[in-house]
Design a binder for this molecule. Structure first.
Ligand SMILES: *[C@@H]1O[C@H](CO)[C@@H](O)[C@H](O)[C@H]1NC(C)=O
Length: 435
């Protein structure tokens, strides 16, 4: 995989100072590959070439080498070349950077039939889904084939064996990107209680201001799913109004932004643990209907504290330390105990000696957990420090709470005995006196 990505990075070409080509290794997915009892879908390696994407930042010429189409065009090659992009491809630059930063790019291509067209009608349509792992942009592109007029010369064009579509002289399928649904942050993590915006937008070739646009947001999680918002706008010009249905309290989308800017973002008020999941933004406009996924993860860091304010060994009996992790999400939390003897720099792990409570789940879906450790005076002289270290997904660095073993105060001990003796004597005296 790594080699593929490095190759793709090297294949990026700067046409001019503003434009660069992005070459992605993809899979072409077709239904019906399951003859041998395997998956229902067959995957064939394919390539997607996005030509001359506008790039704003300075690209160093050393990192880019020219993209060369195959020397000898082959009918089996599946190279989708987006020669013109009638729509702006948002965040195109992040595709180039992802390649060079060795982020994994998942690219899948498949056939697409726009509403109201026959499956074999020309121009043909394909859908390309490009997702950058670990953040970045998520794009779903509708590609429309461009007829290859110049090739009408002496020899008939080479036909792609699988698609039965004419290839360019250099062996690629020429396409135009006519519709795109995208998210600038397809994966989002947020704590409970805050408001969130799930980003989604679209661009369409020759969009008419009169046409109606449909937006649906669905939520899915662990086998459950439901519609969150459904919006249908009548175009700006006709001013036919907007119909909206909302099925989670506090969610909204802006119909003006939807028509004017192609902005389909969903605003959610006061996030809860139960909002976690996969959100599907579906845009229908004209003949096209396409989706983009946005993942929402709820991450709530634990509050970490010890019950004990200090450790003082008065005698030889062991003492219990309790470390509490409160109201965190998701469930996985890791508690370590460390001790560091006085005048030493290395810590010793005591985690194996500790015991854990079970997870407690609160009404808001967050969890709490406690860890207990018995410490003995014989093993831990005064000056020893104990650290409870908690690691959790929502914490960038582990959270530490520390205690130091204090020297018992002998004065305090003597004083205690004196008070006790005085008390006993007074009681005896009073008892005698009362008789
Ligand atoms: C939608 O609008 C919001 C608020 O102005 C903005 O932050 C966000 O980036 C926009 N998203 C898209 C996809 O245009």
């Amino acid at each position: 995989m790594l080699e593929l990505l490095v190759l793709a990075c090297l294949l990026a070409v700067a046409h001019s100072l503003q434009g660069a080509d992005v070459v992605l290794s993809c899979s072409f997915i077709e239904e019906g590959g399951g003859m041998m009892g395997g998956s229902l879908f067959a995957r064939t390696p394919a390539t997607l070439v996005l030509r001359d994407l506008p790039m704003s930042s300075d690209l160093s010429p050393e990192t880019i080498t020219p993209y060369n189409p195959p020397d000898e065009p082959k009918a089996d090659d599946l190279i989708f070349e987006v020669v013109v992009s009638s729509v702006e491809i948002p965040e195109a630059e992040s595709l180039l950077h992802a390649d060079c930063n060795e982020q994994e790019v998942v690219c899948e291509l498949s056939r697409y039939v726009p509403r109201g067209t026959e499956p074999d009608a020309l121009p043909a349509h394909f859908i390309g889904s490009i997702q950058i792992e670990g953040g970045g942009v998520g794009l779903t592109l509708v590609l429309q084939t461009i007829s290859n007029e110049k090739a009408e010369s002496s020899t008939p064009p080479l036909m792609q064996s699988k698609l039965q579509l004419p290839l360019s002289q250099w062996g690629t399928l020429l396409t135009d990107a006519v519709f795109v649904v995208f998210s600038r942050s397809p994966s989002l993590a947020a704590p409970i209680g805050v408001d969130a915006r799930l980003d989604c937008g679209y661009r369409q070739k020759d969009a008419s201001p009169e046409q109606s646009v449909g937006l649906e947001w669905r939520w899915q999680h662990k086998g459950n799913g439901r519609r969150i918002l459904d919006m249908r706008t009548q175009g700006v010009e006709t001013d036919g109004g907007t119909e909206v249905q909302v099925e989670r309290e506090g969610v909204s989308a802006d119909s003006t932004l939807l028509i004017r800017d192609g902005n389909a973002s969903l605003t959610m008020k006061t996030l809860k643990v139960s909002d976690e999941g996969t959100y599907i933004c579906t845009i229908s406009s004209g003949a096209f209907q396409t989706q983009q996924i946005v993942q929402l993860q709820i991450t709530q860091p634990p509050r970490v504290f010890l019950s004990e304010k200090k450790v003082v060994f008065q005698d030889e009996s062991p003492q219990k330390l309790s470390c509490h992790c409160e109201r965190y999400y998701p469930l996985d939390v890791h508690v370590e105990w460390l001790s560091q003897p006085p005048s030493e720099t290395e810590s010793i792990s005591l985690t194996e000696k500790a015991s854990l409570s079970s997870h407690r789940q609160h009404n808001d879906g967050t969890f709490s957990l406690s860890s207990f450790l018995f410490v003995r005076p014989s093993e831990h002289p005064p000056g020893t420090t104990f650290t409870c270290r908690v690691s959790h997904f929502a914490l960038q660095t582990p959270s530490d709470v520390t205690l130091t073993v204090e020297t018992p105060e002998p004065e305090a001990g003597k004083y205690y005995w004196m008070v006790l003796a005085t008390l006993v004597l007074s009681v005896l005296f009073l008892y005698q006196a009362s008789r």
